[in-house]
Each structure stands twice: as C-alpha cells, then as structure tokens.
Design a protein around this ligand. Structure first.
Ligand SMILES: [Zn+2]
Length: 373
C-alpha cells in the first residue's frame, strides 16, 4: 500500500467506480460514495471525468434515502463495442456486442470462400459496411474477431492449422489492412466456449464440444480456455476413435470428426431440422443412424470423462435439437463403459445464446477492455 502513488490511488478510484457501475447498472453519487467508502467530491470528480469521456451518462432518478430523488448514473453500453465475424463457406455472420456482451446488430452476408485476395477484400468491405451501420462514436470499436474453422496462434495473428477454409500460415494482416482496426483469428470452437463462459458464470472447468458441420473442441480450466504449448489444446476432433477408420480431412483416419460431426450424421439432402423431424417421427433409418452416432459420441465422451473428470458441454448447431432423453441415453452408454465406480451425470447442453460463435469472437476484446479500465 505504501508504494501506491497519488496517481495510482486516483486511477484506482476511477476504476472502482467504473466497475461498480458495470456490476450494478445504475447508482447515485451517494450510493457510489457509500459502497466504495469514498468522499462525495472524489466520486463527483471521477463521474465528471467518465462523463466527459463518454463512458458514463445520467440516466433518470433513483429514490434517495431521505425521500429526495437522486440522479442515477449508468455506463454508456455502446461507448466501447466489439465485432465478431463467423466465417462460413458461403456466408459471413457479423455481430456487434456492447460492453455487456449483448448483441445490438447482426447481419448475414453472402460471401463465398475462395483462397484469393479478392475474397479477403470482399470480407473487408462487408465488415466496413457493417461498421458504418453500427451508429457508434469514432473510436468505440475495440476490434474485430474472426471465428475460423482453423487453429490460430495465441495472439490471433496467424492461422497455425487450416485445412477447411483458411489456410495454414495466413496472416490477419491481410484483413487488417482494409479494415484499419485491430483484427484477430480465433478457432471457432474456442469462440463458442468463450461465449459459454461469458453467459454461464457457474462454469469452472469443462470440456466444450461443438457439434456442427465439423466438430470442434475446447478445454476450459479455471474459467480460461486452455491453450497448450502449440495452441492445439482441446482439438478433440482429431482424437482417434477408430483405428484405421473413416478418412478425416486432416489426412488421418478414424478421427472423432469423421464420426461425431454433422458431416458424419447427415446424408444426401438431409438438413438438421429434417433429420430430427424424421428421427422424432420414429423412421427406422434415422433412428439407426442416431443410435450409432450416440454410441460413437459416448465412446469419445467416456475417454474425455476419464482424462478430465469435468463437465462436458455439448454445443454447436446440434444443441437445440438434443433432448433430455438423448442426454440420458448418452449417460447410460458412458456409464456402461466407465472404469470408475459411482459415475455422476456430467453431460449438459449449451445454454449460450444464438450466434454464440460470432459473439464469442468479439468477447475477448470486451474482456480485455474491462480488465484494463
Ligand atoms: Zn482428423
């Protein structure tokens, strides 16, 4: 404490006031002074500063303790925002989130992937058009996260493993030069896990499995996404499920991806809604395929449960279709295999909001900003 300078103390008060307002949403000067044990002039001075920076605004009145109403202060939710872009094969899903991680603008733009500079220019233009529609003050955009079906370096500057859309070695500079704002690449399953963490404060450790067209995994430890030494931690999709089994896009055989992704589940003209409609109607072929899918998934879940002994969250585009009966069936299958006594239910369905991948690509910018105030 002795080593704190006056400047540190002032900075600390500013930050305490910002954080309490963030948490409580609406407070009067007196509330802030009481809760933080600060003098009214100190609170006023900081509120003036925050107001002049456009970070705080007066927002109505609050009932005071002695009957008089007091002016309420709130944070300006859109004073700092971040953008997340989910890159799909022929569509870009772009979302903008405020400091609370709430989506206030979303847009889907057709943009067919091709590995040439024209494509990256098109992505840049789509993002710039979106930024123009956002109606935020200049300087409000903290950055743009691109959720990719690939692994990225820890700093988000480079694709370190890309075989589906973006290629290994691609640099984010290619997108940044057109957009002129900080940009980063993030593995899409990590984005989904980031959104899960943001919207579910109770998660501590978990394995996150995103079951979509492709499979993706992320490992959450102590509320952080585990990176590993090469940034590949949690890439469960290439865990071998069947020795010399089905081909995988990674060049290997028998990977979990080839059994537990929608590419493996859906056939012909199947779409997710159509598949589940027929399955729930009891059509034999669909029941057979679903049973086989659950069986394969349970083998992988049993391995993950044995290694990590933490909850497993099932997310991705399949999540809204999974029922409690499906989860019960998965548990039964895992428990029939597990080596350890007294297994406890550990599989749950994701409860992150829609667009969790795009939102999760934006959230790291908000998190870093909040940590820095
Ligand atoms: Zn593979």
């Amino acid at each position: 404490m002795n080593s704190l300078t006056l400047k540190d103390v002032k900075r600390n008060n500013y930050s305490l006031i910002y954080r309490l307002l963030y948490h409580e949403k609406k407070l009067s000067k007196q509330d802030l002074a009481n809760r933080l044990r600060l003098s009214l002039p100190t609170v006023s001075q900081n509120l003036n500063q925050l107001e002049s920076q456009g970070l705080v605004r007066k927002s109505g009145l609050l009932a005071g303790q002695v009957g008089r109403k007091a002016v309420a202060y709130s944070l300006c939710e859109k004073a700092r925002v971040a953008v997340g872009v989910e890159i799909q094969r022929d569509v870009l899903l772009i979302t903008a989130v405020d400091i609370y991680g709430r989506t206030f603008l979303r847009k889907e733009t057709r943009c067919v992937f091709r590995d040439e500079s024209g494509y990256y220019e098109e992505v840049g233009r789509a993002v710039l058009d979106f930024l123009a529609e956002m109606e935020v003050t200049p300087g409000a955009v903290l950055g743009i996260g691109f959720a990719v079906q690939a692994l990225a370096s820890a700093d988000g500057r480079e694709i370190t493993y890309g075989k589906i859309l973006y290629r290994t070695g691609m640099l984010v500079d290619e997108l940044e030069k057109g957009i002129k704002l900080p940009c980063s690449f993030i593995h899409d399953a990590r984005c989904a896990a980031t959104a899960e963490l943001w919207f579910d404060r109770k998660i501590k450790d978990a394995v996150y499995l995103s079951v979509g067209k492709h499979l993706g995994g992320a490992l959450i430890m102590n509320r952080r996404i585990h990176q590993g030494s090469r940034g590949c931690s949690g890439a469960i999709e290439h865990m071998t499920l069947v020795r010399d089994g089905r081909d995988c896009y990674c060049g290997g055989h028998g990977c979990m991806e080839a059994y537990c992704s929608l590419e493996a589940l859906l056939q012909g003209k199947d779409t997710l809604p159509r598949f589940f409609e027929r399955l729930r109607a009891g059509e034999a072929e669909y029941v057979r395929r679903w049973t086989s899918f659950l069986e394969d998934l349970s083998v992988a879940l049993n391995d993950l449960y044995a290694i990590f002994d933490v909850p497993c969250i099932l997310g991705g585009s399949i999540a809204p279709y999974i029922t409690k009966d499906d989860i019960d069936s998965l548990h039964e299958r895992v428990f029939s295999r597990t080596a350890f006594p007294n297994p406890q239910p550990f599989i749950k369905i994701s409860n992150a909001p829609a667009d969790n991948v795009a939102v999760g690509a934006a959230l790291p910018y908000i998190r870093r900003y909040l940590d820095s105030v």
